[in-house]
Design a protein around this ligand. Structure first.
Ligand code: BJW
Ligand code: ZN
Length: 253
């Protein structure tokens, strides 16, 4: 079902849920003013993410790739979690287990207070040398010249994120698969659902019998497996859902 309002069945399913899985993408942070990858807005629309987020592009032109990351690091450092992130953190007070599986690298779920967060595509606040593996903080990286060079071995330093053609962190991916299998309700929020293997996670939840709720202003390939697609912004719809669920749970006590 595709709808612009929140159907009652969403509350019925949530009320009886023990474990909720939440899969998030760039749209989750759009209301924190962090540009998405494939929207129409934004400073970097002359490049496709595939053209910058890959190792060959980095080796060919590390200055350009670092220009992109340093601009995004600055946006992310200056951003705050939005009401959608806070609503998910608050959901932990209402449901036994809430597991966030995010493709985002911006750390906003943890900053909002969510406690179980699996990061499938890394974290932009970390950096490491491609030659010796030495880690560098953003304070060091952003105060020097770009591209940053390792002080231990002269290797190039890169952000600790997952680029196209690279494997996802195996532990976090396996934990996400397990969470998807255990979920009673599974949310897909603010993702175009086209980048694999991350986009297989909602399919695993569906196959295991979860009730799938998608929130996105537009339909996506994941709408086909969603039980409900709510057309709207996660920063508006999620607080509505959590507030209503709170009053339903309070009535029942
Ligand atoms: C709102 C909203 C609001 C707006 N509220 N919603 C052919 C077929 C299938 C697969 C492949 C293929 N060719 C290659 C592949 C594999 C490839 C892939 O999937 N490519 C596809 C694009 C075709 N995948 C990989 O390479 C992955 N690795 C891999 O496969 O390893 C195995 C392997 C290893 C070695 C050799 C061969 C294979 C790695 C993928 C890594 C992706 N990395 C990035 C960059 C991360 C670092 C960084 O941030 O810089 O991850 S790319 C980018 O896309 C980023 C995102 O996490 C990811 C997903 O994007 P997301 O989050 O969905 O954002 P958008 O912008 O697409 O969508 C935003 C959505 O929000 C929209 O729907 C809006 O409507 C909505 N929205 N406002 C709610 N307010
Ligand atoms: Zn090094």
């Amino acid at each position: 079902m595709i709808t612009e309002t929140i159907p009652q069945i969403v509350y019925e399913k949530l009320k009886s849920s023990r474990t909720i899985g939440v899969f998030t993408g760039a749209g989750m942070s759009a209301e924190s003013n962090i540009p998405t990858f494939r929207g129409n807005e934004g400073l970097w629309k002359k490049f496709k993410p595939e053209e910058l987020a890959n190792f060959d592009a980095f080796m060919r032109n590390p200055e350009l790739v670092w220009e992109w990351y340093s601009a995004r690091k600055k946006i992310i450092h200056g951003s705050k979690p939005n009401p959608g992130h806070f609503a998910l953190a608050e959901l932990e007070q209402l449901i036994d287990e809430v597991i966030i599986i995010t493709q985002n690298i911006d750390n906003l779920h943890r900053r909002a207070g969510s406690t179980t967060v699996y990061e499938l595509h890394g974290n932009i606040e970390r950096n490491y040398c491609i030659k010796c593996g030495e880690h560098y903080s953003d304070d060091v990286i952003l105060s020097g010249s770009l591209p940053p060079i390792c002080t231990k071995c002269n290797g190039l330093v890169r952000p600790d994120v997952v680029w196209f053609g690279e494997y996802l962190p195996q532990d976090e991916f396996s934990a996400s698969e397990n969470a998807a299998r255990m979920s009673d309700v599974f949310f897909s929020l603010g993702t175009s659902g086209i980048v694999y293997p991350a986009a297989s996670i909602p399919h695993i939840a569906k196959y295991a019998g979860a009730f799938i709720v998608e929130i996105n202003p537009e339909t996506t390939p994941l709408s086909e497996i969603a039980d409900i697609t709510i057309l709207g912004k996660s920063g508006i719809i999620l607080p509505e859902i959590i507030n209503e669920l709170k009053s339903i749970k309070n009535e029942g006590t």
